[in-house]
Design a protein around this ligand. Structure first.
Ligand code: C2E
Ligand code: MG
Ligand code: MG
Ligand code: MG
Length: 289
């Protein structure tokens, strides 16, 4: 088991399920059923906070599978099955729809402002789906959302797989007004060339650099370089995986604009979000300043 999975608390499921072929087939048919009948797939939401003001500026939606027998299954475990079986595009559409429906409700309840960002992860398989863009337009219209609220998070590996189609689809998504974020920035092989080839709006600094940004000069140097690059290119930045006050203040000193991580909140079901706690970061940051 990897350290990262251990930190996220899914070690047990990994041991149980990793993964013989019979299990793989079982999971695949169970996932198919989950997409068709039940509310087994659930969007969890994790906030981002503005590093200066402490205000809530966005949420990322993250899929969880509440399996009737196996319990809560992490995406690290079932997304590979979804990818291999071709179900991943259906998972992603399910999540986009569910997250947008939730956002509509928060807007109606005045929980969030219309400047909020909703980040949704998009697998590379979607780039082969000729209906994706018109389907997205339908979702935006159905929920009456400002398109610029929606940010699709794409990883570098998604771009390695399908560079040409990706460029076309990303362009069409931009025409709709949707924003694009490059996820896990810094972990791929040719991150810089992607910035050159594709137009992104946001960089998400991978949590592996945030992890020891306050203790290791190499990590701090990488984060500083990413921030300088983002500023030069006019991109917004979110640092992922902020867990401690020391990481937080280091990233604030460095001028990182937005912060996401367990320090603020783990990903939560919508009804479990502690809005009052989120609101308190504004005072907390003011006191610290
Ligand atoms: P990601 O998009 O890079 O998401 C960040 C991961 O870091 C999430 O893991 C999140 O729960 C975790 N995380 C957040 N804050 C912290 C922190 O402070 N410390 C640490 N150690 N971890 C933190 P999660 O939810 O297990 O998701 C794993 C990956 O699965 C995501 O990485 C994303 O690539 C993928 N994924 C999740 N939901 C979806 C989805 O609906 N569609 C697709 N295609 N991929 C998804
Ligand atoms: Mg992401
Ligand atoms: Mg990420
Ligand atoms: Mg990641």
């Amino acid at each position: 088991c990897t350290k990262q999975q251990g930190r996220q608390g899914y070690t047990v499921f990994n041991h149980q399920l990793r993964i013989n072929q019979a299990d793989q087939l079982a999971l695949e048919s169970e996932l198919r059923r989950a997409l068709e009948v039940d509310d087994q797939l659930q969007p969890y939401f994790q906030p981002f906070i503005d590093a200066r003001s402490g205000e809530l500026v966005g949420f990322e939606s993250l899929v969880r599978w509440l399996h009737p027998v196996r319990g809560l299954i992490s995406p690290a475990l079932f997304l590979p099955v979804a990818e291999e079986s071709g179900l991943i595009t259906r998972v992603d559409r399910y999540m986009i729809n569910a997250a947008c429906r939730q956002l509509r409700q928060w807007l109606d309840e005045n929980r969030v402002s219309r400047d909020i960002a909703l980040h949704i992860n998009l697998s590379s398989a979607n780039f082969h789906d000729p209906e994706l863009v018109s389907w997205m337009r339908g979702i935006i219209e159905a929920y009456q959302l400002p398109a610029a609220i929606l940010h699709l998070e794409i990883t570098e590996s998604a771009l390695i797989d399908v560079p040409e189609i990706a460029a076309t689809v990303m362009h069409a998504l931009h025409e709709l007004g949707v924003k694009l974020a490059l996820d896990d920035f810094g972990t791929g092989y040719s991150a810089l060339s992607y910035l050159h080839r594709y137009r992104f709006d946001v960089l998400k600094i991978d949590q592996s650099f945030v992890f020891d940004v306050d203790r290791k000069e190499e990590s701090a140097a990488i984060v500083r370089a990413i921030l300088a690059l983002a500023q030069a290119l006019g991109l917004d930045v979110v640092a992922e995986g902020v867990e401690t006050a020391a990481q937080l203040s280091r990233l604030q000193e460095m001028g990182c604009a937005k912060l996401q991580g367990y320090y603020f909140s783990a990903p939560m079901l919508a009804h479990a979000i502690d809005w009052e706690r989120l609101a308190r970061f504004v005072q907390e940051f003011r006191r610290a300043a």
